[in-house]
Design a protein around this ligand. Structure first.
Ligand code: NAD
Length: 258
């Protein structure tokens, strides 16, 4: 049985992760955490997620150290905000608990802090801005297309998300830019990204390669956030069985796409 702590358990993604965990025979919700003062603190995480009562109350993140000691989880899953995520991963590192991080919007400094914490505690980690299987195949196709087309075509990215999303450009768009830039020998900043925030869009990404005569477009549309939650469950199993101490794996590793 893999015991999981969910950080951000009352959030849009956290609720879906709790729901997924409740439906898996080999996973158990060991604890659920959210921000101090959140109206769902003290409520049962299963009921908040819209499944059966799981007997796990959502507790404040200020108590995370105690929670990790008491509930003895194998994995901490984090879908919160960048600043909180760094603190949560540091706590997991001190407790020797593996992490699956879905949070996006890290500054370079925060990403370094994350890497240092994972190394220091020699914990296993999967960090990915996008857990959807389709998007990770998109990454692979993007790399191949950029490699074949080379610099004769100008790459450009458009991403559309719901208006509540806190970071822009999306972590996924930045990852696509990084992949394309790597293949073309450019800096990530040289790849144009247009971010649109409107309505309830779960997440659309289009990568275009343009020249004066033609355009090649690769598009992924997430229809439901469940796509990310299902991928996060794969990452939980991977990090426990195949994660390497002190190293960060991503969804390309989890899905065997490398
Ligand atoms: P959300 O705002 O609905 O949920 C975030 C939750 O985290 C909230 O309930 C908030 O109260 C809580 N939180 C804040 N500080 C906390 C702390 N210190 N400890 C514990 N909980 C804390 O947001 P969301 O849509 O669920 O997205 C969360 C993050 O996941 C964002 O960064 C988003 O971009 C990212 N995301 C990643 C993927 C992926 O596949 N990797 C998919 C969707 C969203």
């Amino acid at each position: 049985m893999i015991r999981v702590v969910v950080c951000g358990a009352a959030g849009r993604m956290g609720r879906l992760i709790v729901r997924q965990i409740a439906g898996q025979k080999d996973l158990k919700l060991a604890a659920a955490v959210d921000a101090p003062g959140h109206p769902m603190i003290g409520k049962d995480a299963g009921l908040v997620a819209g499944v059966q009562k799981l007997g796990v109350a959502i507790v404040e993140s200020t108590k995370l150290n105690e929670v990790l000691k008491k509930s003895k989880p194998d994995v901490l899953v984090d879908f919160t905000v960048a600043e909180a995520s760094v603190q949560n991963v540091k706590a997991a590192s001190r407790a020797g608990v593996s992490v699956v991080v879905g949070t996006t919007g890290f500054t370079e400094q925060q990403r370094k802090e994350l890497e240092r914490a994972i190394k220091r505690g020699q914990i296993r980690a999967v960090v990915s801005p996008n857990f959807s299987v389709g998007v990770n195949v998109f990454f692979k196709i993007a790399r191949a297309a950029a490699g074949i087309l080379g610099r004769d075509y100008e790459p450009s990215i458009v991403e559309v998300h719901h208006m509540y999303k806190k970071d822009a450009p999306s972590g996924t768009a930045l990852k696509v830019a990084e992949i394309v830039a790597e293949e073309l020998g450019l800096n990530k900043e040289e790849i144009k990204i247009k971010s649109i925030r409107e309505g309830e869009v779960v997440g659309d990404h289009t990568l275009m390669f343009l020249n004066p005569f033609e355009v090649l477009e690769i598009t992924h549309r997430a229809k439901s956030r469940e796509a990310f939650a299902v991928g996060a469950v794969k990452a939980i199993r991977y990090v426990v069985k195949k994660g390497k101490p002190g190293m960060i794996s991503d969804m390309q590793d989890v899905l065997g796409l490398r």
